[in-house]
Design a protein around this ligand. Sequence first.
Ligand code: M6R
Length: 612
Amino acid sequence: MCGIVGYIGDKNGIDIVVKGLQRLEYRGYDSAGVAGISAGKIQIVKKNGRVDVLRQTVEDVKFSSHVGIGHTRWATHGEPSDINAHPHISHKGKVAIVHNGIIENYLSLKKELQKKGKVFLSETDSEVIAHLLEEVLENSAGDMIAALQIVQRTLVGAFAVVILSVDEPNLIYAIKKGTPLVLGIGKGENFLASDGTPLVQYTKSVIYIGDGEILRLSANDFQIYNSDIQEISHATSVLEMEMSMIEKDGYAHFMLKEIYEQPKTILDSMRGRIAADMSEVKLGGINNYAPQLYNANRYLFLACGTSYHAGMVARYVFEQLCRVSCEVDVASEFRYRKPVIHAGDAIFAISQSGETADTIVAIEEAKHHGANIFGICNVVGSTISRVSHEGAYTHAGVEIGVASTKAFTAQLTVLYLFALKIAQSKGTLTPAQIKQYCSELHAIPDQVSEILALSPQILEISKSLKDIHSMLFLGRGVQFPIALEGALKMKEITYIHAEGYAAGEMKHGPIALIDEFVPTVIIAIKDSNYLKVLSNIKEIKARKGKVIAIVNKGDDDIKGIADFCIEIPETSELLAPLLTTIPLQLLAYHTANVRGCDIDKPRNLAKSVTVE
Ligand code: M6R
């Protein structure tokens, strides 16, 4: 969703900010803008559409300023347009702001400010911040920190706001609540951004600004205040990111690069967590809460989208391996169904970005009832990793593709490790079984490489999907969530209507959709559901439906019936999602490519969904 960049130093801040906005494009946006100070005035350029349009315009007008703030906007209040794009400027032109988040009480604030004669130009909730700040500043004798304390307390909702003031041209200010903001510390220059991607080129020394804090930033210095305006100090962190992680590295798309990275990222997510002799799992991140984790009467998995599918897989795995009752919930629904949560329930909050607003709200609800939260996040230092009691990072590296791929398989890997660790502690698996699972997990990266080599065959299959409008994805047991994930990948980037279903449910409704124009992708590997899935394939073929089957190598029975077979290696039933998901990612990718879709920037989608 929206992204923020700020710069102050001796270079042209506008160039640096626009480059930073290009790094943030992956988050999803529809318009972009930048503000700086030149000739003693705040100047703003903002454009509907791609950052490239903004870049061209600032170049054409030779916009230059030693200080700059910029924004990519993902429309919530008001359509995508030049006017609604950020930055927004205050009534008298004293301050300009960029905002990421939602101001829930903006309507009442807007009405009050309008009564005082402030003229609003946009339909956004964000513009209210600029007018409010200017007004409060006037009443605070120009003391920006005091004014920001009042503004911070007045605003309801989630926000990271970065501010330029015409009266203090050598400073940038920022406030934050619930939405990420990272300070990048340079030499003679400082930076601000919504995440590390715009910063890594310049510095690895960062500070994650905390909720309720106020930041004053100059080229050589910074001060951070708490909500009582006492200056506080923060230890700097090292940004765990390399330039190579945020570049395509010769691949046509980030999504493809990330699909191909999976043999390595799966290995990275288990690195150091499995004993060399495969006899045990070691999870450093849960030392303090280990008893609460092992002795919980119930495990609950909360997440959204692809991460929710990882949670669904985990439910099958934890129930079978740990013999404890498990539930999984879409985080956005959790709070609103007034869930029964017992003190001591163990909640796994799963999130690539660690910033998903729905998941954060669900965590708050669970915490409120005394549950212990174990965060499984990819982004180090993210909000969910900080609000969880303990947890484990997935170590998949930066994921830029909006369609999540390597983060998903990393989440699965970490969840398997958790399940094995708990089973080990509870004694629900024998040492020999633990060893067997660890060895099989260890073999997965090579098996994934084998499947990636099938890419040319999968490309051929995807050509047959070029013009279709609707398709089904079916799986049974632990493959049901993978069918959902396959359908999600397909619809996200190809815009084909793709429905994921439990294969056993097909005859209860979706079978009505099947004809020669609605193909079915079905996961039909040799697991405990194999014979039932085979029957499902026959039922589809009897109705002239096309079948693309994911099967184990050498499965001649299904080869004789299905239209296409993608043959993958074998592993144990519960670990197989790590393999079956790979051909589905490639199928979605190639289909999107043959349909000419913008794979890394799918329409309407945001990488990190920071609003409820
Ligand atoms: O960052 P998160 O894992 O919390 O994000 C959750 C979903 O928004 C995300 O998985 C989304 O569904 C992806 N676009 C899926 O490819």
